[in-house]
Design a protein around this ligand. Structure first.
Ligand SMILES: Nc1ncnc2c1ncn2[C@@H]1O[C@H](COP(=O)(O)OP(=O)(O)OP(=O)(O)O)[C@@H](O)[C@H]1O
Length: 304
């Protein structure tokens, strides 16, 4: 059981505060580090890996500071976001490089084992330059796992993958999580995190904005005030009917063409609007959330 603890951690680059007073406790299984671009996720992962010193606060693994501690580095595997690999090496050579750097005993066997874990044995003797995006990510994971670390940190591991590659990587991370490893991956995509993370940490503008299991985070996000653009066969009548429901806070006619509806109970609103339309024989043409961008969701969480 490996516990990763961040205590009042901050990191600034000159005048830029990238991470601001973050405290989190991460245990075995998969944690999703969710936040928009520039939120400080990469900086947090680098500090967890011991590569970057915090400007203030401490990062510890099972109570020991990560920074500058070679014994602790043996417990950590990091999959960086960078795409560029040593293209002229084969998959096996690429993974072996890290085994040698980490002074892994029986490096050849460890390399084969790590490659097997990510299901790349068939392609292991091919040059990395011939790999697809998904295969590149997997060989990076094999390289990070070659010394059998108990903590695996991954920076945007699903970036640029197609749905099949993404599924494959999710299955792999789930398997690794079930083995009792402490896995942390960053993402700016809600659905990725929802599908595999046991625990979610939301980071916005360098601060820890929310944490919990996914249903808690999802509830925080959907219970917030939200707006929809609605077009129907009778906007004026629909407006009156919607206003009578407790989930609706306000309705504004946008000319004759559409309605802007503000609700503070997304779940109820989503059920009520088709029911009202059906009962009153009004045809719904469009119901579109207008403020669903991640930034607005995160903005709400930070303000909350
Ligand atoms: N070496 C650096 N020098 C100066 N500013 C930096 C440096 N690295 C990161 N920053 C700044 O720190 C903030 C957080 O960056 P970071 O890369 O950690 O965020 P992120 O959540 O990983 O975003 P992204 O997904 O876009 O990489 C940003 O404002 C970024 O511009």
């Amino acid at each position: 059981m490996t516990e990763l603890q961040l205590s009042a951690v901050s990191r600034w680059y000159g005048n830029v505060v990238a991470v601001n007073d973050v405290t989190m406790h991460l245990g075995p299984g998969i944690t999703g580090l969710l936040g928009p671009n520039g939120a400080g996720k990469s900086t947090l992962l680098s500090m967890m890996a011991g590569l970057l010193p915090p400007s203030a606060g401490t990062v510890t693994i099972d109570g020991t500071p990560t920074r500058g501690n070679i014994a602790i580095y043996r417990q950590i595997g990091l999959v960086p976001v960078q795409e560029s690999l040593y293209d002229y090496l084969t998959g096996t050579q690429f993974v072996r490089l890290n085994a040698d750097l980490q002074k892994v005993p029986s490096a050849a066997a460890a390399t084969a084992r790590a490659i097997g874990l990510v299901e790349m044995a068939d392609a292991a003797d091919r040059k990395v330059s011939t790999y697809s995006k998904g295969m590149r990510q997997r060989i990076k994971v094999a390289s990070a796992l070659v010394h059998d670390p108990s903590v695996l940190l991954l920076d945007e591991p699903f970036n640029g993958m197609d749905p099949i590659q993404r599924r494959h990587m999710m299955d792999l991370l789930s398997r690794l999580g079930q083995q009792g490893r402490t896995i942390v991956f960053s993402s700016h995509i809600l659905e990725e995190v929802e599908q595999i993370a046991r625990h979610v940490e939301v980071v916005v503008a360098g601060r820890a904005a929310a944490s919990g299991d996914f249903s808690q985070i999802r509830r925080l996000m959907t219970d917030r005030p939200n707006q929809h653009l609605v077009r129907s066969s009778d906007n004026r009548r629909l407006a009156t009917l919607l206003l009578a429901d407790q989930s609706v806070r306000g309705v504004r006619l946008r000319g004759d063409k559409a309605l802007e509806v503000e609700s503070d109970d997304f779940g109820r609103f989503a059920q009520v609007i088709p029911r009202i339309a059906k009962e009153h024989d009004i045809r719904l043409i469009e119901v579109t959330p207008t403020d669903e961008s991640l930034e607005s969701v995160f903005g709400y969480l930070v303000g909350a």
